[in-house]
Design a protein around this ligand. Structure first.
Ligand SMILES: [Ca+2]
Ligand SMILES: [Ca+2]
Length: 91
């Protein structure tokens, strides 16, 4: 999604802001690949960036997130497969 900011405090007028979200891209590499498994493990072992591992967006990290991640990664449970997807290049 790209939006044009017309005015906001501290942000120059006519600044273009791109907001993109790639489900399962836990390591924020702009690609979804097998590296996400390592990234998920590191998040669970570390401080947990809730927004990266709360895959079902319930507000807490639990076993349901692992199921949701698996469904999104593999394209099961009614989802499209995100494994192998990449964000488009920046504008
Ligand atoms: Ca990634
Ligand atoms: Ca959750």
């Amino acid at each position: 999604m790209t939006c044009l900011i017309e005015s906001a405090q501290g942000i120059p007028a006519e600044t273009t802001l791109e907001i993109a979200h790639l489900p399962c891209d836990v390591d924020q590499s702009a690609n979804v690949d097998i590296g996400e498994a390592t990234a998920v493990g590191e998040e669970y072992e570390g401080d947990r960036s809730l927004w990266l591992v709360d895959t079902d967006r319930s507000g807490e990290v639990d076993g349901d997130d692992a199921t949701e991640f698996d469904n999104l990664f593999n394209g099961t449970g009614g989802y499209s497969q995100w494994n192998g997807q990449s964000l488009p290049p920046p504008l």
